[in-house]
Design a protein around this ligand. Structure first.
Ligand code: 4AD
Length: 479
């Protein structure tokens, strides 16, 4: 009853408060400050209310005591309400901890937008026990959490760090289109759409466009969404993902792998040199280890041998790719790998987890790879009859598996025309891509890196779904 009568007013005789974001408070200790944010946590202790305020830039412990803790608004203050607080910033007392090492003694505050309590309270809508499909429906609320927002914050810094690494190598950023009329990685995973009465697709990769930039801008990279209509429900597949791709001219296959290693290590170094990102990585992935250089390089043929030596098998498949079951036990038959087999996700994951550090797998059979890839010279083809290998590489990381796919490209026009034919691709919509081989061709190569996969490795997330703002996977395009 008493509390309803208390109405707070700001004491105008106090020094004027400086408005600041939480991340900028360190320099304002001892002063009166004004901060806006959301109620992240609340704890009551002997008439004192401790509110942790969140403003997106950080967390601030605020202390409401005396009159400011006795108002009706104070007693009914709910999590996720927005408030304005004004008070004096003090270092935390000896032996205590708080974010930033300081806390705010509030002398005036007000509610801006109160969040519901009771049944509709935030923690009733969403908590750690909510099942995954509810969490997915409530992604807009999930991202308010410390871990989810930490991952997204790190993602932002990660993209900046990549850009800085490319800038240091004089590689220019370009912005290719999302709406396209050519495929890159096979028709099976294209999202088709009607484009003013013409067939068009959402891009799978900007690679072909990047190749056309070489004679114009030199080495280039892009950060663009790629779309894959893959019916994969695995923890590393999205239907839309952020694709970091680069293309380099006048290089050989060895240069390509060294460059990928260089960009990745530079990017990690940039992140670790910044206390904010180093701290984020430490809190999300306490056992993170900087990769040691050079990265191991394992040929595809060596990898097949390695898998067999480590008894990592794969399901036996019939001619249409379905697993074969044993008639008596009804168990799937597991068999050794042989040259020509695709190394599937499960085997690849086991391999990277055992090796425990980045590995380049290179030299995949042409049959397993896209049409544009340069073939290795026969003598490099490691012996096996009738198998043509390509100058292709995947970079595998522990806990995630493939994060980069790259290759040298066919530079000869005739060879490219033959490759379209072999793949059953009509060359006419690719006239502009073919022209690259006509007007001053060169050896060149590039790669694509899945940003969510890289982040899953860096922040030790279980799935790439945690690494996209609003992840899309089969059946999911909401929110
Ligand atoms: O290996 P991919 O399909 O290669 C290409 O698209 C090349 N054209 C890139 C190039 O050379 N410019 O894809 C490259 C990377 C993969 O290594 C993986 O990290 C990521 O893109 N990726 C996916 N990430 C999430 N969900 C999916 N469905 C992905 N498909 C590929």
């Amino acid at each position: 009853e008493e509390s309803k009568k208390i109405v707070l007013e700001e004491d105008q005789s106090l020094p004027k408060a400086t408005r600041a974001k939480v991340s900028k408070l360190a320099d304002l200790r001892g002063q009166r400050v004004r901060v806006f944010g959301w109620v992240h946590r609340r704890r009551d202790q002997g008439g004192i209310i401790f509110v942790v305020l969140r403003d997106g830039t950080g967390y601030l412990q605020t202390i409401l005591s005396g009159r400011v803790a006795q108002t009706y608004e104070a007693l009914t203050l709910t999590l996720e309400s927005t408030i304005e607080v004004i008070g004096t910033l003090h270092p935390v007392p000896e032996g205590k901890t708080a974010p930033g090492g300081h806390e705010l003694s509030v002398d005036y505050w007000r509610v801006i937008g109160s969040a519901p309590g009771a049944e509709d309270a935030f923690t009733n809508r969403l908590n750690e026990k909510s099942d995954p499909s509810i969490q997915a429906d409530l992604r807009h609320l999930v991202i308010r959490g410390e871990n989810a927002s930490g991952v997204l914050r790190l993602r932002s810094y990660l993209l900046n760090a990549f850009r800085e690494a490319y800038a240091s190598e004089n590689i220019l950023e370009v912005n290719p289109p999302c709406l396209v009329q050519t495929q890159v990685e096979g028709g099976a995973t294209l999202f088709k759409l009607d484009y003013y009465g013409q067939p068009a697709f959402l891009t799978q990769s900007s690679q072909l466009y990047l190749e056309t930039c070489l004679p114009s801008l030199g080495d280039v990279f892009c950060v663009q969404e790629s779309f894959r209509a893959e019916n994969s429900h695995t923890r590393r597949h999205l239907s839309e993902y952020t694709h970091l791709e680069a293309e380099l001219a006048f290089i050989d296959f060895n240069d390509l792998m060294s460059h990928i290693e260089e960009i990745i290590c530079k990017t990690v170094d940039i992140l670790l040199a910044n206390p904010i990102t180093a701290g984020l990585i430490k809190s999300l992935n306490p056992s993170f280890q900087t990769p040691t250089r050079p990265f191991t390089r394992l040929s595809y043929v060596e990898a097949i041998t390695w898998l067999n030596e480590h008894q990592i098998q794969h399901p036996e498949e019939d001619s249409s790719g379905n697993p074969i079951k044993d008639e008596q036990t009804n168990q799937i038959n597991m068999v050794d790998h042989k040259v020509g087999d695709d190394i599937a996700e499960a085997a690849e994951r086991q391999m990277t987890d055992i090796i425990g550090k980045p590995v380049f797998l290179y030299g995949f059979p042409a049959e397993l790879k896209a049409f544009y890839m340069k073939k290795m010279d026969d003598k490099e083809g490691e012996g096996e009859k009738n198998v043509r290998y390509t100058e292709s590489c995947d970079l595998l990381m522990p806990n995630v598996g493939e994060i980069v796919g790259g290759s040298m490209r066919i530079s000869d026009e005739e060879e490219l025309l033959a490759a379209y034919k072999k793949e059953g691709i009509d060359p006419s919509p690719y006239y502009w891509y073919t022209d690259q081989r006509k007007y001053g061709t060169t050896e060149h190569g590039g790669y694509g890196l899945g940003v969510e996969r890289f982040l899953a490795w860096l922040a030790n997330r279980y799935t790439v779904r945690e690494c996209a703002l609003y992840p899309r996977w089969p059946g999911r395009a909401t929110p």
